[in-house]
Design a protein around this ligand. Structure first.
Ligand code: SAM
Ligand code: DTB
Ligand code: SF4
Length: 330
């Protein structure tokens, strides 16, 4: 067993060595750490809503919402507050403890930020945790969101610094780190992870996890997405990731960031029940729940409930989720 304390100085070789372990040894190590730090049968569930869809100025090679790609997505302006509240109420009654609102912006204007803040406050008053993902933020915008009571900000590093330019050219890896620093300084919990299956190498996957684990504080939530291939995007047709390699990446994320919530994010739709079960064993302990992600289909809620039943997994309550974020920060 390696060190169980949280470290922020992982070398690439150390991380590569985890990937080189025999599968059973890696999973044993990851699961043991998972048990030391979390209830292994508890999974936090969040629901997603796209509050502003499409026509995004960025050129992220995976994304249906970029104006640089020809996808058949219908663009939508910022949703009215009432519609957002309605969707959040539904998510709450379906058992979600956190409501995550995503906007296809390079960055929000201050005017739009105020509209999103109204949404955050309305969702919070329903008794749910809130998360938003709005693109790059300035220092003052981060403070404004904190002041408004936002719980989490999602801003993914997406991939390794070395592979980044193959996926996105309209912003840099450093831009992402800068926004993460603003969020951290403002005191909002960070949700940051990436996407696997974009044609990156095993070293890129290790390097992305190294970047996340070596942040001054680990993100409280680490979403690991499997690329949802979208027709019309440059990454449509990219070589798919081996499911075993995906499970190993979850295990390594768990070992490097033992107290964080590791979120089994986009791509569950294409995973077998057995693959998801292995991910939960390897240390994944949160998911996006609800029939839609932002613009693409997620797993049917019935099949998630059935899978949870077969695995003896139960969703965490809001109180348990809040306790987790505090424990991760301490
Ligand atoms: N515009 C904001 C941004 O990029 O930060 C927020 C929305 S963006 C859709 C949020 C994250 O979703 C991206 O950073 C990416 O990691 C993930 N994502 C987007 N499209 C995806 C896809 N097709 N497959 C897997 N993950 C995806
Ligand atoms: C994250 O890491 N994954 C979510 C959430 N954060 C915002 C988004 C997944 C999007 C999948 C593609 C789509 O539905 O457009
Ligand atoms: Fe825009 Fe975000 Fe999609 Fe990139 S991932 S194109 S920033 S919505």
């Amino acid at each position: 067993m390696t060190q169980t304390s949280t470290r922020h100085d992982w070398t690439l070789n150390e991380i590569r060595a985890f990937f080189d372990l025999p599968f059973n040894d890696l999973l044993f190590q990851a699961h043991s750490l998972h048990r030391e730090n979390h209830n292994p049968n508890e999974v936090q569930i969040s629901s997603l809503l796209s509050i502003k869809t499409g026509a995004c100025a960025e050129d992220c090679g995976y994304c249906s919402q970029s104006s640089h790609h020809k996808t058949d997505l219908e663009r939508e302006r910022l949703l009215p507050l009432e519609e957002v509240i309605e969707k959040a109420k539904n998510a709450k009654s379906n058992g979600s403890s956190r409501f995550c609102m995503g906007a296809a912006w390079r960055n929000p204007t201050d005017k739009n930020l105020e509209k999103v803040i109204q949404m955050i406050q309305a969702v919070k008053s329903l008794g749910m945790e809130t998360c938003v993902t709005l693109g790059m933020l300035t220092e003052s915008q981060s403070h404004r969101l904190k002041e408004a009571g936002l719980d989490y900000y999602n801003h993914n590093l997406d991939t390794s610094p070395e592979f980044y330019g193959n996926v996105i050219t309209t912003r840099t890896f450093q831009d992402r780190l800068d926004t993460l620093n603003h969020i951290r300084d403002s005191g909002i919990n960070i949700c940051s992870g990436g996407i696997l299956g974009m044609g990156e190498t095993a070293t890129d996957r290790a390097s992305m996890l190294q970047q996340l684990a070596n942040l001054t504080k680990h993100p409280e939530s680490v979403p690991i997405n499997m690329l949802v291939q979208i027709e019309g995007t440059p990454l449509h047709g990219a070589e798919k990731i081996d499911p075993i390699e995906f499970v190993k990446s979850i295990a390594v994320a768990r070992i490097l960031m033992p107290r964080s919530q590791v979120r089994l994010s986009a791509g569950r739709h294409e995973m077998s029940d057995e693959m998801q079960a292995l991910c939960f064993f390897a240390g994944a302990n949160s998911i996006f729940y609800g029939e839609k992600l932002l613009t693409t289909d997620n797993c049917e809620t019935n099949s998630d409930i059935e899978l949870f039943g077969r695995l003896g997994i139960h969703p965490s309550t809001i109180e348990q989720a809040e306790f987790k974020a505090k424990a991760c920060r301490s």
